[in-house]
Design a protein around this ligand. Structure first.
Ligand code: C2E
Ligand code: CA
Ligand code: CA
Ligand code: CA
Length: 279
């Protein structure tokens, strides 16, 4: 038994070593990727009740020279733990703001909003708001059409600090959306203290909304919460018309998901926005 135990430990140890090694390699690759411009943004449409494109969410993509496209679900956590998220986050924000500024100059695109994911570590870093303002100034992006997507972790880690930053952003006219809403463990009481502009119903609830009464109840209560707080509510991960009908039935008016469009190059998003706008 003793030997088996030792073998188990040795086996576990080898697995951990492999995982640590893979992480170190990815961290090094991320560092190179930042300096060699291997990142790009794709844009997923967000639509209103009439299915007009009202904006998009910017999602980062990494084209690894050897491994091909690596999912942000894999590399964002590594970027966060290594601190590289600060550089990557700044790159994402400036690319997105540059795009917003371009849309601002095009009459057929000037109405579009752009949502950008901001990781908790980035949001809480010293100088985040100042850096953002510099980027906005340098690109000439319209502040009121920029939306920062934060997750509840931001609020759980330090509510007071988060409230201060969100208030500052709101005074500057920058919108804040709470992403993956309903998946965190934060109390709802804080919500009325925060000048949020949007709650985003997490895609896990949207996915199960027709089969799972608990998911349906959560979706319904987020919509209710939005109404009473006068905060916009958007559902993400909408894939079927049945889900859309359910969401519309409970009073959700904004949607994002494969049903309306996958994340795409900016040109495709612009075609979609132009076409649907005129329709
Ligand atoms: P998220 O912010 O919750 O983004 C939504 C994810 O769901 C995206 O995955 C999107 O492609 C996917 N999605 C959209 N519609 C559907 C649908 O109808 N069905 C399904 N099954 N999935 C859908 P993606 O692009 O792989 O991003 C994964 C996560 O990585 C994001 O989740 C976000 O947390 C993070 N991420 C992506 N881009 C950035 C970024 O620029 N900065 C930061 N900090 N995080 C990012
Ligand atoms: Ca998001
Ligand atoms: Ca989300
Ligand atoms: Ca998510």
């Amino acid at each position: 038994a003793k030997r088996a135990g030792r073998n188990t430990i040795r086996f576990f140890d080898a697995e951990v070593r492999a995982a640590v090694a893979a992480r170190i390699v990815m961290e090094a690759d991320l560092r190179t990727a930042l300096s060699e411009e291997q990142f790009r943004l794709v844009y997923q449409p967000q639509v209103d009740a009439e299915q007009r494109v009202i904006g998009a969410e910017a999602l980062v993509r990494w084209d690894h020279p050897l491994q091909g496209e690596i999912s942000p679900g894999e590399f964002i956590p590594v970027a966060e733990s290594s601190g590289l998220i600060l550089g990557l986050g700044r790159l994402v924000l400036s690319t997105a703001c540059y795009q917003l500024a371009k849309w601002e100059k095009d009459a057929s695109m000037a109405h579009l909003t752009l949502a950008v994911n901001v990781s908790t570590r980035q949001f809480r870093s010293v100088g985040f708001v100042d850096d953002l303002l510099t980027i906005i100034q340098e690109t000439g992006a319209p502040r009121s059409r920029l939306k920062l997507e934060l997750t509840e972790t931001v609020l759980i880690e330090d509510l007071e600090e988060a409230a201060e930053t969100i208030t500052t952003l709101s005074r500057l006219g920058i919108c804040v959306s709470l992403d993956d809403f309903g998946t965190g463990y934060s109390s709802l009481a804080y919500l009325k203290l925060l000048p949020l502009s949007q709650l985003k119903i997490d895609q896990s609830f949207v996915r199960d909304v027709l089969e799972d009464p608990a998911a349906a109840a959560i979706a319904r209560s987020v919509v209710g919460l939005g109404k009473s707080l006068e905060v916009e509510v958007i559902a993400e991960g909408v894939e079927t018309t049945a889900q859309l009908e359910f969401l519309s039935g409970i009073g959700c008016r904004l949607y994002q998901g494969y049903l309306f469009g996958r994340p795409t190059e900016v040109e495709a998003l612009e075609r979609l926005a132009g076409r649907l706008q005129g329709a």
